[in-house]
Ligand binder design. Structure first.
Ligand SMILES: NC(=O)c1ccc[n+]([C@@H]2O[C@H](COP(=O)([O-])OP(=O)(O)OC[C@H]3O[C@@H](n4cnc5c(N)ncnc54)[C@H](OP(=O)(O)O)[C@@H]3O)[C@@H](O)[C@H]2O)c1
Length: 347
């Protein structure tokens, strides 16, 4: 199952609206006969990708391991249960049930009814963690939100003189591009858009661009902004009553809320477009609004060994008393070049 998760993760950021799935087929002697994973929506599911590598797609008497329940419905591809049953595997080991209402246990029922032994719940916590964005999109109809910021040791994203470029080093910037590569969308507020004119594309070998999303209440962004020309056609979230503007972008109008647009509604609109994970790259105003709306699931903080004693913090707005502080919990910390990456999750 751990190998399945490794295989599945290779497609991180490429499978939405589908989950990430890996599959390993093993003989009774414990020998790996075939491996596969789901590469992108519309392409083979993991089970079929693995079975394809076997003569006649058959593995009589073998065991199939897969991190998510095989589907039993016709989508863009035929039901995986058909292929599993045709293959002659004797046993299927599954990490977790697929809560998608069009699957939800029916795949496992079909296998059991056909006499296949089903073992459910192996490494279930790790399987759930891998597909956290998919599971959240199903349960709350919004994407998983990760806020990323590059800060000084005293939590500043820009010095008091307005210079915010290159707080962290080369390795951290590379890691930032890896994060873009593995998220469905990358989001910034209008403040960051006008201050930095970012292109928001992914500049690493083999990388792919996330969908750029700009939060711009009044639709002030112009076609000249770099993000409009850098790669994928962006989405601009603006207020329902924002003026019309011709842009090479998809304009999504959502209700207003304190501070600008209703971010919950904006995120739900993104989920409806198949976006399951959003990397928020600032700035301080957008980060604060997402925190106060309870919409931050993860925080990736790249901390540079530099002290600025002033400047813009990564969370803006009025100071918060200690008793009311937003609480997160540390899940990981590791050096990235000369900087430190701290990963936190909702407490
Ligand atoms: N070092 C880093 O990691 C990093 C990363 C990003 C940014 N930065 C720096 O951060 C600074 C920009 O921060 P910022 O706070 O000015 O801008 P921001 O957070 O990027 O954008 C804030 C703007 O977003 C719009 N908005 C729309 N709906 C909102 C809502 N519900 N809540 C809050 N804002 C909403 C508002 O403007 P409208 O209503 O007019 O649209 C608001 O003024 C720049 O100096 C940039 O260089 C640093």
């Amino acid at each position: 199952m751990r190998r399945c998760l490794e295989l599945a993760r290779q497609a991180e950021g490429r499978t939405a609206p589908n989950p990430m799935v890996g599959c390993v087929i093993v003989s009774d002697a414990g020998e790996t006969l075939a491996e596969g994973f789901h590469r992108a929506a519309g392409q083979d599911h993991a089970e079929v990708d693995a079975l394809r590598k076997l003569p006649d797609r058959r593995a009589p008497g073998a065991t199939m391991v897969v991190n998510l329940e095989p589907c039993n419905h016709h989508g863009r591809t035929p039901p995986c249960t058909d292929a599993v049953l045709r293959s002659g595997v004797r046993r299927v080991i599954v990490g977790m049930v697929d809560p998608n209402p069009i699957v939800a246990g029916m795949g496992l029922d079909r296998l059991r009814a056909a006499g296949v032994e089903v073992v459910l719940g192996v490494e279930e916590a790790a399987c759930r963690a891998l597909n956290a964005p998919y599971l959240l999109a199903l349960s709350e109809r919004r994407p998983l939100v990760t806020v990323k910021a590059a800060v000084s040791l005293d939590g500043r994203v820009a010095d008091a003189f307005g210079r915010s470029q290159w707080i962290t080093g080369e390795a951290a910037r590379l890691e930032g591009h890896r994060l873009r590569d593995r998220h469905d969308a990358v989001m910034v507020g209008s403040g960051t858009l006008f201050a930095d004119d970012p292109s928001l594309n992914t500049r690493i070998e083999g990388g792919r661009d996330a969908l750029p999303v700009i939060v711009d209440t009044q639709l002030r962004v112009t076609p000249e902004a770099r993000v409009m020309r850098a790669g994928r056609r962006p989405v601009v979230l603006c207020a329902q009553d924002a003026p019309d503007r011709a842009l090479p972008a998809d304009v999504v109008r959502v209700p207003r809320a304190e501070g600008g647009v209703d971010l919950g509604a904006g995120l739900r609109a993104l989920a409806a477009r198949g976006v399951h994970s959003v990397l928020v790259e600032g700035g301080a105003g957008l980060n604060r609004a997402l925190l106060s709306a309870g919409l931050v699931d993860r925080l990736c903080l790249f901390v540079a060994p530099k002290v600025l004693a002033g400047g813009l913090g990564f969370v803006g707005g009025a100071p918060i008393p200690l008793a009311e502080a937003y609480r997160l919990r540390h899940v990981d910390a590791r050096p990235v070049g000369e900087d430190l990456l701290i990963v936190l999750e909702r407490a």
